[in-house]
Write a new protein. Structure first.
Ligand code: AMP
Length: 402
């Protein structure tokens, strides 16, 4: 069974084709700059030459057509006929309170996804568009939605409610939803596999640290708390997002600077975090690390705030789980920055966390344990693979059809 995984963003489409008989990757690629000048598709077929094509891509329909063409291409293709694609799995950011797992897309589900646009105005519309286009181009192929929020639907009420008037939850669904769920779930499962234990018997903290970042407390296989919430800005600081801020600051700044809600939102999502604290140096962690290593104080302060925030969440989640067995680092920063892992894990011996510098410095590109043999908590680096998780869910749902 071959499964196409589609992650449709506002101006890009990421895709992967898996052969689920052995979970091997047949091809992956990226359609970029949809609807703007300089649009292109880059296609990476396993074992064949890369294909890069600069071509006018006015909309998502053209983008998906090009993906299908690339998969069928005489020289760079990996399938002979479109019917070889048994199912399509779509990343969908927001599944609200309705979806605690992945679903086979039908008309009712499309209507619910449309309803959730107000909860994820930037993400759900291009996700929905990707589904619609695939339904048009592959009308006989089942489509499955896999939600970033689904894994967090087990978070208990005491953790997902904010201390706001309750009717805002009832009227507008204002609560913590959490994101990156597919990644948190994937690395938690992998961590248990690496230990040779059942995930259901472990207390795990997963740190997904990339351009967007979140930490999740996974107790007995279930997400019980996570650091992103209603929107995608709470928790630790990110590339351009602010992380936790006292809400009193927001009306204060709006008044002082004469900002409307859209302008304020723009500051919180686009001008804060690394870029804001470093006064414009970069939203990229690599640039900050490089500058900080040369003594740049602005870069250092942004990194200090990140490391401090991570420590605080690790402590808090250890407390709510009454213990910790495994700490996992994943995503762009988590997988690639030994400096960050060292800084965050320093002085956490009170929790039984102790990392081995040598193992930490050499953990690159594959799943590795980086804690010392004496460390009570196993600390791991596990590359995330959200696409494979989406393909697995898609296969599971579609294999039950007929
Ligand atoms: P992602 O969103 O998962 O692609 O992660 C992007 C983030 O990972 C950016 O902030 C990058 O700077 C960071 N990153 C990637 N490689 C490295 C590296 N070698 N060292 C530090 N940060 C890295």
């Amino acid at each position: 069974m071959k499964v196409l995984v589609v992650n449709s963003g506002s101006s890009s489409i990421k895709y992967r084709l898996f052969d689920m008989t052995d979970e091997s990757l047949l091809a992956k690629g990226l359609v970029e700059r949809i609807g703007i000048s300089g649009s292109l598709i880059t296609h990476y077929p396993t074992g064949k030459d890369i294909m890069k094509k600069e071509i006018d891509i006015p909309d998502h329909r053209r983008g998906i057509e090009l993906v299908v063409d690339a998969l069928l291409n005489n020289n760079h293709g990996v399938i002979k006929d479109i019917s070889e694609i048994s199912a399509v799995g779509h990343r969908v950011v927001h599944g609200g309170e309705k979806y605690s797992g992945s679903v086979l897309i039908n008309q009712d589900i499309m209507e619910t996804l449309n309803k959730y646009i107000e909860l994820a105005p930037l993400h759900n519309p291009p996700n929905i568009l990707g589904i619609k286009v695939c339904q048009e181009l592959l009308p006989d192929t089942p489509q499955v939605g896999v939600f970033d929020t689904a894994f967090h639907q087990t978070i208990p009420e005491k953790a997902y409610l904010y201390g706001l008037p309750y009717h805002y939850y009832e009227k507008y669904g204002v609560r913590k939803y959490g994101f990156h769920g597919t990644s948190h779930k994937y690395v938690a499962i992998k961590a248990a596999e690496m230990l040779g234990k059942e995930l259901e018997e472990l207390k795990v903290i997963t740190c997904h640290l990339g351009n967007g970042s979140s930490l999740t407390a996974v107790k007995n296989g279930k997400s019980i708390d996570t650091s992103l919430g209603f929107g995608t800005i709470s928790g630790v600081i990110m590339g351009t997002r602010c992380g936790d801020v006292d809400p009193a600051v927001i009306p204060f700044l709006m008044k002082k600077e004469g900002l409307n809600s859209e302008e304020m939102n723009n500051i919180l999502y686009k001008k804060s975090g690394f870029i804001g604290l470093s006064e414009g140096i970069s939203s990229d962690k690599r640039d900050l690390e490089e500058k900080a290593s040369k003594g740049d104080k602005k870069a250092k302060r942004a990194l200090d705030v990140l490391h401090y925030g991570l420590k605080k969440y690790i402590g808090a989640y250890t407390a709510v789980m009454n213990g910790l067995d495994v700490l996992v680092f994943t995503a762009g920063i988590g997988e690639n920055s030994p400096k960050l892992r060292k800084n965050v894990c320093a002085d956490l011996t009170c929790f039984g966390i102790e990392i081995d510098d040598n193992k930490n410095n050499n953990a690159k590109g594959s799943k590795t344990v980086i804690s010392t043999d004496n460390s009570k908590v196993k600390v791991m680096v596990i590359p995330t693979n959200e696409e494979l998780m989406i393909a697995r869910d898609t296969m599971e749902i579609c294999s039950k059809l007929k």
